[in-house]
Ligand binder design. Structure first.
Ligand code: ADP
Length: 300
C-alpha cells in the first residue's frame, strides 16, 4: 500500500495558490514533508485528511480514492492537527474512551483494552486520571497521538508536532513517532530539519506550494557531497560574499558569520569543504540548487 498524490493544486478564495501541481508517492513508513512556514504543508495535510478538497488532482491510499471516498478514508485515518483543543476538565482516560466510542469501537472490553494500550504506548498511563488542562505541551501532544492511533489507522498524519516542545519533550515525542509506521503510511509535516533527519526514511521538500525535492535523506545528502563549502567572515563582509557566491545558509558563531556556499568545485582557497547534512540539502534546494539543477557532466 502507498499514498499516491497526483498533480494536486489548490488556490484559496483570496487568490493564494497554496499547492501547485503537487505529485508525490509516499510509501509505508515514516515520511517527512519539510518546508518553511507558508509553504503549503498544512494545506496538503488537511487535503489528505479530507478536511478540504483540492481544485484539481487525484489522491489514492491503496484502493481508496481519498477525494471521492471520504468516509472510507476517515475510517482508516489518524490525524494530529497542528492545533487541537482538549477539554481541560476531563482526564485523559475518559476523553480517549470517548473518542474510541466515536471511532466506532463499541465493545466495552475491546475499548478498555485499546485505551489502556494507547495510554501505555504514549507513556501517559501513570497520569491517566489527571485533567488534561494540567498537562504539559509534550503530554498534550502525546495524548493527541493516542487519539490519532485509535482504530489502527493505515494513514497517520502529524502536522508540525514538535513546534513548541522543549528539547526533552521533543526527543520523547520523536521516540514515540519512531515506533509507528511499520504497517502504515505516517506523514510528518515540519519546518524542523532535524525532525526529518532523525526519523524519516523518505522525504520531500516543499516551498511556495511546489515540491522542490523528493528523496531519501541519506541519498540526498550524498548528492550534495563535494558541493557545499564553508567560510567564516565578519558580518559586514556577508553582503559581498552573497554577491559573488551562491550562499545557501548563514549562522552566527561568537559574533562571526559562518556561510555555506553551494558550488560544484572549490569556490576559492579561503573556503573549506563541508561534510554536508540534511540542512545543507534543505537550504540548497530552497536556493534552487536541487538535484535537478545538477549540471550535465561532459566527457573530456
Ligand atoms: P504551512 O503549513 O506550510 O505553513 P499553509 O498550508 O498553512 O502552509 O499555507 C500555505 C499558504 O496558503 C500560505 O500563504 C497561507 O497564508 C495560505 N492559506 C492557508 N490557509 C488559508 C485559507 N484558509 N485561506 C486563505 N489562505 C490560506
Amino acid at each position: 500500500m502507498e499514498l499516491q498524490i497526483r498533480d494536486v493544486s489548490k488556490t484559496y478564495a483570496n487568490g493564494v495558490q497554496a499547492l501547485k501541481h503537487v505529485t508525490l508517492t509516499i510509501p509505508m513508513g515514516m515520511y517527512g514533508l519539510l518546508g518553511p512556514n507558508g509553504a503549503g504543508k498544512s494545506t496538503l495535510m488537511r487535503t489528505l485528511a479530507t478536511l478540504q478538497e483540492p481544485d484539481t488532482g487525484t489522491i489514492r491510499l491503496g484502493e481508496i480514492d481519498v477525494v471521492r471516498q471520504r468516509d472510507e478514508l476517515r475510517r482508516t485515518l489518524g490525524y494530529l492537527p497542528q492545533e487541537f483543543g482538549v477539554y481541560p476538565k476531563v482526564n485523559a482516560e475518559d476523553l480517549l474512551d470517548h473518542f474510541a466510542v466515536l471511532k466506532g469501537i463499541a465493545d466495552r472490553k475491546a475499548r478498555r483494552a485499546a485505551v489502556e494500550g494507547l495510554l501505555r504506548q504514549t507513556n501517559l498511563w501513570e497520569v491517566r486520571k489527571k485533567h488534561l488542562g494540567g498537562y504539559s505541551g509534550g503530554m498534550r501532544q502525546r495524548f493527541g497521538i493516542a487519539v490519532a492511533l485509535l482504530g489502527n489507522p493505515r494513514l497517520i498524519i502529524v502536522d508540525e508536532p514538535t513546534a513548541g516542545l522543549d528539547p526533552a519533550e521533543r526527543v520523547r515525542f520523536l521516540n514515540l513517532l519512531s515506533e509507528l509506521g511499520e504497517n502504515s503510511v505516517v506523514i510528518l509535516s515540519t519546518h524542523i530539519v532535524e525532525d526529518v533527519s532523525e526519523l524519516c526514511s523518505c522525504m520531500a521538500i516543499i516551498d511556495q506550494g511546489r515540491i522542490l525535492l523528493e528523496a531519501e535523506p541519506l541519498r540526498a545528502i550524498a548528492d550534495v557531497e563535494g558541493r557545499i563549502w564553508s567560510r567564516t567572515v565578519p558580518r559586514s563582509e556577508l553582503p559581498a560574499l552573497e554577491r559573488e557566491h551562491a550562499v545557501i545558509s548563514t549562522r552566527l558563531l561568537a559574533g562571526r558569520t559562518i556561510a555555506h556556499v553551494y558550488s560544484d568545485g572549490s569556490p576559492g582557497a579561503e573556503f573549506e569543504a563541508v561534510e554536508p547534512d540534511l540542512k545543507d540539502v534543505y537550504f540548497a534546494a530552497m536556493g534552487g540548487h536541487g538535484r535537478s539543477a545538477r549540471p550535465v557532466e561532459v566527457a573530456a
